[in-house]
Design a protein around this ligand. Structure first.
Ligand SMILES: NC(=O)c1ccc[n+]([C@@H]2O[C@H](COP(=O)([O-])OP(=O)(O)OC[C@H]3O[C@@H](n4cnc5c(N)ncnc54)[C@H](O)[C@@H]3O)[C@@H](O)[C@H]2O)c1
Length: 253
């Protein structure tokens, strides 16, 4: 898909991996709408529409989508897809008193938020005219290496990210008749506000015991390049792609 002059929705686009994807898309002359529950630090740009939206609330998603579609009618840049970067990562043991709340909150943002935003955006995406390369759009979801190798304390996060990995193929199969591709990116540890809160000895243990090469966390720009490649390479579909520097998390850090 040609990125230029298409409109992409980026949930969680105000921070970290989502923000890097937003900047990459703007550099490629796309139009971008950020849906994020906190847009206070978003830098304004004529090609950017930032909408404060909680993706756990379907009514807020619906209102945002209506505004985005009206915007695309004004700009003439049709919807090109959704990049799902909103997420939370709250560790917690199953026998903690707040284990149920951690589970509900994590699944609600990471999994249900991804599902509902996709499902509600599809209503508009199926009406977009076919592009010259025969596509209507691309859905990019974000899983995690934790979907493959979770640690103690990551049951809720792994559950939410594993489900995203699992729903990639059936979603791609269903969307094929609308000429929409569905791809998931599964990053390992990347340098963002989400991992900034990790203790320094945890970060060092990940580098020493889990990451193969290069011995560092991923750069958000590397995630953004992958998003661009997935959008542009029309044969990538129905897969969950690991972006990990070879990371294999051991039983214990
Ligand atoms: N950073 C990593 O190491 C890493 C690794 C694997 C997967 N991921 C996943 O990548 C995605 C992005 O993570 P990040 O590192 O950029 O985190 P981040 O904390 O920098 O950004 C997450 C964004 O999501 C937004 N958000 C959270 N809850 C929301 C809600 N209910 N509605 C709307 N927006 C909401 C936040 O406001 C924030 O802007 C997440 O799904 C995360 O699980 C991150």
């Amino acid at each position: 898909m040609k990125i230029e002059n298409r409109t992409f929705i980026v949930s969680g686009g105000a921070s970290g991996l989502g923000l890097a994807a937003v900047n990459e898309l703007l550099r490629s002359n796309a139009f971008v709408s950020i849906l994020d529950k906190d847009i206070t630090n978003v830098t304004l740009s004529p090609r950017l529409l930032a909408l404060r939206t909680d993706i756990t609330k379907n009514d807020e998603i619906s209102i945002a989508l209506e505004r985005i579609v009206t915007w695309t009618q004004k700009t003439g840049a049709p919807l090109g897809g959704v990049i799902h970067c909103a997420g939370i990562g709250v560790p917690g043991l199953m026998n903690n008193v707040n284990a149920s709340q951690v589970w509900d909150a994590t699944v609600s943002v990471n999994l249900s938020g991804t599902f509902h935003l996709t499902q509600l955006a599809m209503k508009y995406l199926v009406d977009v005219p076919l592009s010259e390369d025969g596509e209507r759009g691309v859905i990019i979801m974000v899983s995690s290496s934790v979907a493959y190798e979770g640690l103690v304390g990551q049951v809720a996060y792994a559950g939410s990210k594993g489900a995203i990995r699992s729903m990639t193929l059936p979603m791609a199969r269903e969307m094929a008749k609308y000429a929409v591709r569905v791809v998931t990116i599964a990053p390992s540890s990347f340098t963002t506000p989400m991992t900034d809160v990790l203790r320094s000895n945890t970060k060092q243990a990940l580098l020493d015991k889990a990451v193969v090469f290069p011995k560092r966390f991923g750069h958000p720009s590397e995630f953004a390049h992958t998003v661009k490649w997935v959008l542009e390479c029309g044969y990538v579909n129905g897969e969950s792609i690991k972006l990990t520097g070879g990371t294999r998390t051991p039983v214990k850090l």
